[in-house]
Design a protein around this ligand. Structure first.
Ligand SMILES: Cc1cc2nc3c(=O)[nH]c(=O)nc-3n(C[C@H](O)[C@H](O)[C@H](O)COP(=O)(O)OP(=O)(O)OC[C@H]3O[C@@H](n4cnc5c(N)ncnc54)[C@H](O)[C@@H]3O)c2cc1C
Length: 392
């Protein structure tokens, strides 16, 4: 695919990633038609709407750190970037506190040093420092904590989606509600995108941004993309625990918890033998809350003993089985098919950087802001994982 600002672009999936691709394309000066196709514009089952919408810079790879830092820059400057005076996504800048066991000390210190060297504002805390800073937590069995001093926190994913979609539409991006059912291929190019009802949509470039369904859609073009839907539950509860200064806690036990509104939200990954592909299953893991999550939470925060569960929901992570990292960039054979998917639970925070990268590839043929080449398709084809060590 040769770079151009006039290509007809069809984006499959119109939630956070697809919408950032569309908006960034226009910002990059793309004047050709851009059509975003989504089968459900209510987004009821999209990962974006069901996510915990938190952002961290504490990642295991420099690429992911750079992508988070780009999003933070955007979040701090929303009004100017989106041209709306009252642009607001409820961004709370508060650190992640990631706890490690004593045997993880060396590994966690070197991860923090790597993060710091790539611009992350991360502090390493000893158990005594942790107790002084977070008196409601019991740090028994903890050898180290790393804490984001700035550039981390949480926000309203729906608010961000609405903002970017409005901005994209203002710039002439067309949104179509239709289910993509296949691709028409001639030689080494995708020539159009088939939709359930109606004429196929011709394209010069097709961007696959269909979240957890991306693996299934790629298969329709004969491509084996190892991205599958995995169910993740979120529990929302009230508890007599002060929320002021409370971090986004990633515990060494595998649980996470953070303040949300007048209460808290949290969750835990199911055990591997209970972590099946989710398909249409959006029923939260209620037994996981009672049997696993709550007891572990109380061990770390004794006052959580008196929490009251208010509601729970489940959404799908778009898990890249190769390495829990996104796949961004062109397919090798079908060079006009660009992937922007497989974020494995960190796609809301990385959507701005992915969108910018895709826009740069289409309009200029190369990355200019962040080099996303390490996330390219080649590593999937060759089975070379870019392993993410901090996975929740
Ligand atoms: C419980 C939970 C917690 C999370 N927490 C965080 C977090 O704290 N921070 C973070 O950054 N990320 C988090 N994530 C991950 C994040 O939500 C996703 O990575 C991100 O939303 C991916 O965005 P997307 O646009 O690629 O996918 P989606 O939001 O899933 O959108 C894909 C779109 O494609 C459409 N689509 C699918 N198939 C078709 C088809 N055949 N035809 C047309 N359209 C189609 C769907 O309707 C959907 O709207 C979490 C996810 C979950 C489930």
């Amino acid at each position: 695919m040769s770079p151009s600002r006039t290509h007809r672009v069809v984006i499959v999936g119109g939630a956070i990633v697809g919408s950032f691709c569309a908006w960034e394309l226009r910002r990059a000066g793309h004047t050709g038609p851009i059509t975003v196709v989504d089968k459900d514009m209510s987004y009821a089952r999209s990962s974006t709407a069901l996510s915990a919408a938190s952002i961290r810079t504490q990642f295991g790879t420099p690429t992911c750190i750079a992508m988070s830092l780009q999003a933070v820059e955007l979040f701090r400057d929303l009004s100017r970037q989106f041209g709306e005076d009252d642009a607001d996504i409820g961004y709370v800048e508060a650190g992640y506190l990631i706890l490690g066991r004593p045997d993880q000390l060396t590994e966690r210190v070197s991860a923090a040093e790597m993060q710091q060297s790539h611009g992350a504002d991360v502090a390493v805390l000893t158990p005594d420092e942790l107790t002084a800073r977070f008196p409601h937590l019991d740090f028994d069995g903890v050898g180290i904590g790393t804490f984001g001093l700035s550039g981390e926190g949480w926000f309203d994913a729906w608010g961000l989606l609405s903002l970017v979609k409005r901005a994209a539409r203002r710039l002439g991006v067309e949104y179509v509600e239709a289910s993509v059912t296949g691709f028409e291929i001639a030689g080494d190019a995708i020539t159009s995108v088939r939709i359930g009802e109606g004429e196929p949509l011709p394209c010069d470039v097709c961007v696959l941004a269909a979240g957890a369904m991306s693996g299934r859609l790629a298969a329709l073009a004969g491509i084996e993309l190892p991205i599958v839907p995995k169910k993740r539950s979120v529990f929302n509860f009230q508890a007599p625990v002060p929320r002021d200064g409370f971090p986004m806690l990633f515990d060494s036990s595998g649980i996470w918890v953070r303040p949300e509104g007048d209460g808290f939200i949290g969750g835990i990954r199911p055990a591997p033998d209970d972590d099946h592909d989710a398909d249409d299953d959006f029923e939260p893991h209620r037994d996981l809350f009672e049997d696993v999550y709550w007891p572990l939470l109380v061990q770390r925060i004794p006052a959580m003993d008196r929490l009251r569960l208010r509601r729970s929901w489940a959404g799908h992570y778009e898990v890249n089985l190769l390495d829990h990292n996104a796949v961004i960039g062109p397919h090798d054979r079908y060079g006009n098919l660009l992937f922007a998917t497989g974020f494995s639970g960190h796609g809301v925070m990385h959507a701005p950087a992915a969108g910018r990268g895709i826009a740069e590839l289409i309009t200029a043929g190369r990355y200019a802001t962040i080099d996303l080449t390490p996330l390219g398709w080649d590593r999937v084809r060759d089975g070379r994982p870019m392993v993410e060590t901090i996975v929740y």
